[in-house]
Write a protein that binds this ligand. Structure first.
Ligand SMILES: Cc1cc2nc3c(=O)[nH]c(=O)nc-3n(C[C@H](O)[C@H](O)[C@H](O)COP(=O)(O)O)c2cc1C
Length: 287
């Protein structure tokens, strides 16, 4: 048996809540039916914070979602946030069964958000059956999040090659060794697979066919800034005429929009912004 080794919290990450009470290791909850110690409402209530770090107003919003994202991403970098390029990616299979997981942003431009993964993974299978997804960057220390929704496409082989080439050798070998999302017999099996591919590729490691990038082409990008008393600011760039919500209708409309440049007949309540040669509307959402 291996001894489990957990991450060690650093000073910034210690188990201290706002009032300085040490909650680490305390077990206040009862035992739930699944057999574990429950985490109770009282215990969680102590964590409540009011969000007062900033505001987001229409007057300060950039012309395009990309410019706005760039500004917020630069702030996240400047503040030293850990893994500011980490985003939660939500997909669903053909039957609508959802799954969310974290991936790293590899690139973002007017065409959309790019990440890389194993095409045979659960997310890869979901996207093959249902090529739509949602992304969420959660920058909690800044009391901000960014959401994007849209259609997903695989990158060209050349684009995936260049992302793969930029990976350290160890990560390249791991892409060969890991049957991502499949059960494996144990850690030993992974180590054995890694040893095998290390011996096989003594020099350059080619990109495996099953590994590559995806791009989400957004039909909406929402910028969320926490505000006091939970009356937050939410401003969304939406492809003019594009819909979020009722899936069957929204998907049909968004599919049509993705294949044809949209018209400018829907200026929205706050006017329109332009990105990628297409029209976008900006609208405020109830928090
Ligand atoms: C911070 C962080 C970054 C990650 N980045 C990636 C990534 O870029 N690509 C990837 O395939 N998995 C990444 N993972 C692992 C995924 O969250 C996930 O476990 C894996 O992709 C399998 O997901 P699936 O079975 O739903 O397809 C990351 C996990 C964390 C916590």
């Amino acid at each position: 048996m291996h001894q489990a080794r957990g991450p060690r919290p650093d000073a910034d990450n210690a188990d201290m809540v706002e009032d300085g009470t040490d909650k680490g290791g305390t077990d206040k909850g009862g035992t739930d039916k699944a057999g574990g110690a429950a985490v109770g409402t009282d215990e969680l209530g102590v964590l409540r914070r009011d969000y007062r770090a900033g505001t987001l107003d229409e007057s300060e919003l950039a012309q395009t979602w990309l410019e706005q994202f760039r500004q917020w991403f630069d702030t996240a970098l400047a503040c030293g946030l850990r893994e500011p390029h980490a985003m939660v990616l939500a997909t669903a299979d053909a039957g609508g069964r959802p799954r969310a997981r974290t991936v790293l942003l590899k690139q973002v431009d007017a065409a959309g958000f790019v990440w890389a993964t194993n095409y045979g993974s659960r997310k890869g299978q979901d996207l093959a059956a249902n090529p739509r997804a949602a992304l969420c960057f959660s920058w909690v220390d800044l009391e901000r999040q960014v959401h994007a929704e849209g259609a997903v496409e695989q990158l060209s082989s050349a684009e995936s090659d260049s992302i793969f080439a930029a990976r350290p050798r160890g990560a390249q070998l791991a892409a060969w060794a890991s049957p991502q999302s499949e059960p494996v017999a144990g850690r030993d099996e992974l180590d054995r697979r890694l040893a095998d591919v290390s011996a096989r590729f003594t020099r350059q490691v080619p990109r495996p066919e099953h590994w590559g990038g995806y791009r989400l082409r957004p039909v909406s990008v929402e910028f969320w800034q926490g505000r006091g008393d939970r009356l937050h600011d939410r401003l969304r760039y939406r492809r003019a005429g594009g819909l979020t919500g009722a899936p069957a209708v929204a998907d049909a409309v968004n599919d049509a929009l993705e294949s044809h440049p949209c018209t400018e007949d829907d200026p929205g309540p706050l006017g329109e912004a332009r990105a990628d040669g297409r029209s976008w509307v900006i609208e405020r959402l109830g928090p």
